[in-house]
Write a protein that binds this ligand. Structure first.
Ligand code: GH3
Ligand code: MG
Length: 284
């Protein structure tokens, strides 16, 4: 089983050693961890001196991790609590007064990590479309905001593909809604297997999907979209046999907002539908 990562920030090296002794069997212990989102930390144990020192970094990290809970356990002496009540509730989730007792420490960690685990499950479930297992619209919008910001900051290309099943209503009407659901599942799975790790697929509406492709310009994205179109066209969808999709493609412009990008790719899809379906249309 994967061990949870606990970062320890202690001014007093003896206490640091003691914690290591108590915890290293059960947890991955990190000293001098970098407090940024790249280093995944599940919980922080910190003393009062270090808490003052790292307060702003911890606040920032906790904010970035939301709605996932990043627990902070303060270890302190009674006389060393200098924080006022409001501050401590904002920043710290539990307190142990020294001397550290192993069983007390383990109980606190168990409960704090259990709460974190629940928030991770909730976060995951609220991001995923239950039918297809791909991201839902809410999660995609959040992800897209971050990707647009990254692309603009580093002046990198970013493209999107928006696609929709052709005459899907007829499939539902002919074979029933359950078969329609199976088509959606199979379609999402085929396309997911067709993408790079860095691409993201989301179900945007009933039978509309969005793909975000970082580091891809319009020309290359058009090639990907065409391959996807072909792949879907040539896949056997069991009872339904064949389906086709129409796809719109566009690339992020320098001053685009997320809404403008999505509006343009929606326009491209609309053109693909109106010019005969089962095709890719690019708009810039
Ligand atoms: P077009 O080629 O213009 O896209 O035609 P269409 O029939 O695909 O489009 P339309 O918007 O008329 O119909 C979409 C259908 O998708 C209607 C709706 O019942 C169905 N749909 C939406 N969500 C689901 C779902 O979760 N499961 C199933 N089975 N069908 C769904
Ligand atoms: Mg459709």
């Amino acid at each position: 089983m994967k061990k949870e990562k606990i970062a320890i920030f202690f001014h007093n090296k003896n206490n640091e050693k003691l914690l290591y002794k108590y915890l290293s069997d059960k947890y991955d212990i990190l000293f001098d961890a970098k407090l940024n989102q790249d280093e995944k930390i599940d919980l922080i144990i910190i003393d009062g001196v270090c808490l003052k020192k790292y307060q702003h970094q911890i606040e920032k990290l906790k904010e970035e991790e939301k709605p996932v809970f990043l627990p902070i356990l303060l270890v302190t002496t009674k006389k060393d609590i200098h924080f006022n009540k409001n501050e401590i509730f904002q920043l710290v989730n539990d307190v142990i007064i020294v001397p550290i007792i192993s069983i007390e420490l383990h109980m606190r960690l168990y409960n704090l990590l259990y709460i974190r685990e629940l928030t991770l499950i909730l976060e995951k479930e609220s991001s995923i479309d239950p039918l297809t297992g791909v991201f839902n619209r809410r999660a995609m919008n959040e992800m897209l905001i971050a990707e647009i910001e990254k692309a603009k900051r580093y002046k990198r290309p970013l493209s999107v593909i928006f696609f929709d099943i052709d005459h899907f209503k007829k499939i539902n009407d002919t074979y029933g809604h359950d078969v329609g659901d199976l088509v959606l599942q199979k379609l999402a799975s085929i396309i997911r297997n067709h993408l790079r790790q860095t691409d993201t697929l989301a179900r945007f509406g009933g039978e509309e999907f969005l793909i975000v492709l970082p580091e891809m310009d319009l020309q290359n994205t058009k090639i990907v979209a065409e391959k996807i179109r072909k792949r879907v066209e040539t896949t056997d969808f069991e009872e339904v046999k064949k389906i086709t999709i129409s796809l719109g493609v566009t690339q992020l412009k320098e001053d685009d907002t997320r809404q403008e990008l999505l509006k343009r790719v929606d326009e491209a899809l609309y053109q693909a539908k109106n010019s005969g379906r089962n095709k890719v249309v690019t708009v810039l």
